[in-house]
Design a binder for this molecule. Structure first.
Ligand SMILES: [Ca+2]
Ligand SMILES: [Ca+2]
Length: 316
């Protein structure tokens, strides 16, 4: 790739972020000069791929339309892709949080829950001269379905493309209005997911290009899924029957004061495991019954608007 205004095409048989960066650079131009490498239109023929370019020596919206039509055709019809499943483990029970933030030097991800949907916001984090980006959002197939995807507004150009595969979503975006790119921080994209109750991580791979088409950075950053239970519950003790130690788990769709206590069959308090404000999420508490006698016990959970009782057996 040369430097504007004399870029030299070096096609690789694919339409990807390299081509988007070249088109964007050529369109934006430098020193007031656009590069006619992006002069693709007008064209003859009815539809991609059966079109013939007939460059007219200037760049206008027709050229943009031809570029995006070719880009779409290739990525929707020719280039099937898959994204690797995220390698990070699912968050353990008790790690439920309202919102989670992951960031590195370049990209910040924020996941949150809204109206039963999981929303992933992807932010540029203090970047210099960002012009084009590819974002690859990978997830475990079956855990999420992409409901919608919107441009975040940090890049203000007209190219915003998304392509889905079973394990992810690929986003391309570029800025056709700022010839020096965009610097600073801001939202690149917002993805809305329908998710199952299974907890899993997402990862966001990124390839960021500056106004010279150079790679600012390639990498990936995690995005912890926000997993909030849909309703209060006190779950069966595990193991049960047990010898000395058993684990009780309970789910909180919202934060609140919780009392979780163990009683014997006569209703006498044997142990108080939780008596405090508890965050929304899934929680686990271990009862060490080394000092208790063998027999049947009851665990009672009291939370705002909810009472749950579980029976379990201590064997010695
Ligand atoms: Ca290419
Ligand atoms: Ca043209």
């Amino acid at each position: 790739m040369g430097v504007i205004p004399h870029m030299t095409p070096n096609p690789d048989g694919k339409f990807g972020i390299d081509d988007m960066a070249v088109f964007t650079m050529a369109w934006n131009g430098r020193c007031g000069t656009q590069d006619l490498i992006a002069d693709l239109a007008p064209c003859e023929g009815s539809s991609v791929p059966n079109i013939w370019s007939n460059p007219d020596g200037k760049l206008d919206v027709q050229d943009l339309l031809v570029f995006t039509a070719m880009f779409d055709w290739f990525n929707a019809n020719v280039h099937t892709f898959s994204l690797p499943h995220p390698s990070q483990p699912a968050p353990p029970p008790g790690d439920g949080t309202i919102a989670s933030i992951n960031c590195n030097k370049y990209i910040q991800t924020v996941t949150r829950e809204e109206g039963g949907l999981t929303i992933l916001d992807i932010f540029a984090d203090n970047l210099m001269s960002l012009t084009a980006a590819e974002l690859d959002i990978a997830f475990n197939s079956g855990d999420y379905t992409v409901e919608s995807c919107r441009q975040g507004g940090f890049l203000t150009g007209d190219i915003f493309r998304t392509y889905a595969c079973e394990t992810g979503l690929r986003i391309f975006l570029s800025d056709l209005t700022n010839k020096n790119g965009v610097s600073g921080s801001g939202k690149l994209a917002e993805v809305v997911f329908i998710r199952t109750d299974k907890a899993s991580y997402l990862t966001v791979g990124y390839d960021l290009r500056n106004a010279d088409g150079a790679v600012i950075e390639k990498g990936s950053v995690g995005a912890a899924a926000t997993i909030l239970p849909k309703e209060f519950s006190l779950n069966a003790a595990c193991p049960n029957p047990f010898n000395n130690m058993t684990k009780l788990t309970f789910d909180m769709p919202e934060a609140g004061f919780v009392n979780l206590s163990i009683f014997d069959l006569r209703g006498r308090l044997v142990a108080s495991l939780v008596n405090s404000e508890v965050a929304a999420g899934c929680h686990a508490v271990v009862w060490n019954a080394a000092d208790a006698a063998a027999g049947l016990y009851l665990a009672r959970l009291e939370a705002p608007g909810f009472t749950g009782i579980r029976k379990f057996i201590l064997v010695k």
